[in-house]
Design a binder for this molecule. Structure first.
Ligand code: SAM
Ligand code: DTB
Ligand code: SF4
Length: 331
């Protein structure tokens, strides 16, 4: 398969990473060839029988000043999501403990903020991070934009990962969001990296973008100054009141192409089958795991939208012979 013969990118990527044509050749390869190659890469870099279970918690919901067209938490749209203030530390730690008891090894706290501001709210988030770390979980936050000193403070508190998605291509970005631009996103990612926090960065499929946009996103991810350690691939969850409410569900073949191409381009990354699983059959999810996805978000809610219940995922893992990834041994 000529299109599948590109060498795997160096860990440094940068200018020596794959070209857009390389990425397109992979993405457009015959589907089973692509999935087969991704499965082989996956097996070399990871134990294919292990899938990491992560739990999300919305620590501050709704009322967000950004106008992301997919998001039920934007104050620009009338949606079913009610705004709530920043949770108390104890409530967050109760949820984290429950997540750990349910088999999760990573706990991700999301806030509907445009950016982090120094002050009491940020201090409280730092306390949440410290508390989650004492429970032996990986701690991840997604709080919007942040500057370098805020990233450093999160690192000092013990934060392992920061989620900040590019979501789509640079070219498509202003069709979805106009209150910030691609460079704003890249700047925050650089601050996270500079602070020594691992980067979780991915996108959403099903927003009306083209294959070329998806290829451009994957190309950008594979050419970041250092490869992201974590790549969430979300299927759009259309929510009433948002501009993208009427979008048709994205087909599984597109999800598979995204996941498999991401797996080949970023062999060491955790590729996360993120939003959209409620609408996927067990067989569709199995294909995504075969194509290199090795993490899910578990629990009945993502941030504000429904997600499969723990029991359904437990049954799925049993059917497929998948085991939840064990926690890393503590220091
Ligand atoms: N406000 C912060 C930000 O935007 O970075 C953090 C929270 S935001 C909800 C985190 C990510 O959730 C977004 O970047 C987007 O990729 C994803 N997301 C939000 N709404 C979604 C939807 N309806 N369907 C799929 N993914 C969604
Ligand atoms: C990511 O890429 N997907 C997760 C996590 N990172 C924060 C969030 C999905 C949110 C889906 C919409 C909602 O539940 O509000
Ligand atoms: Fe705000 Fe994040 Fe939703 Fe955009 S995706 S509206 S920044 S919460």
């Amino acid at each position: 398969m000529q299109g599948l013969e590109i060498s795997e990118p160096s860990p440094q990527a940068g200018p020596r990473g794959p070209s857009r044509d390389d990425v397109a050749a992979l993405y457009h390869a015959p589907l089973l060839e692509l999935v087969g190659r991704a499965a082989a890469v996956h097996r070399r870099a990871h134990d294919p029988s292990r899938v990491q279970v992560c739990v999300l918690l919305s620590i501050k919901t709704g009322g967000c000043p950004e106008n992301c067209g997919y998001c039920p938490q934007s104050a620009h749209f009338e949606t079913p999501v009610a705004a709530t203030p920043l949770l108390q530390v104890d409530a967050v730690l109760d949820a984290a403990r429950q997540a750990r008891d349910d088999g999760a090894t990573r706990f991700c706290m999301g806030a509907a903020w445009r950016e982090v501001r120094d002050g009491d709210a940020f201090e409280r988030v730092l306390d949440m991070v410290r508390g989650v770390k004492t429970l032996g979980l990986e701690a991840c936050c997604t709080l919007g934009m942040l500057d370098e000193s805020q990233a450093q403070r999160l690192k000092q508190a013990g934060l392992d990962a920061y989620n900040h998605n590019l979501d789509c291509s640079d070219e498509y970005y202003d069709r979805v969001i106009t209150t910030r631009n691609y460079n704003d996103r890249l700047r925050t990612l650089a601050h996270v990296r500079a602070a020594g926090i691992t980067v979780c960065c991915g996108g959403i499929v099903g927003m009306g973008e083209s294959d070329a946009d998806r290829i451009a996103l994957l190309h950008t991810l594979a050419n970041l100054p250092a490869p992201p350690e974590s790549v969430p691939i979300n299927a759009l969850v259309p929510v009433a009141g948002t501009p993208l409410a009427g979008r048709a569900r994205v087909d599984v073949w597109t999800m598979l192409r995204m996941i498999a191409t991401a797996r080949i381009l970023l062999p060491a990354a955790m590729v996360r089958l993120s939003a959209g699983r409620t609408e996927m059959s067990d067989a569709e999810q199995a294909l995504c795991f075969l194509a290199g996805a090795n993490s899910i978000f578990a629990g009945e809610k993502l941030l504000t939208t429904p997600n499969p219940a723990f029991d359904r995922d437990r049954a799925l893992f049993e059917t497929l012979g998948i085991l939840p990834l064990e926690p890393e041994p503590g220091p």
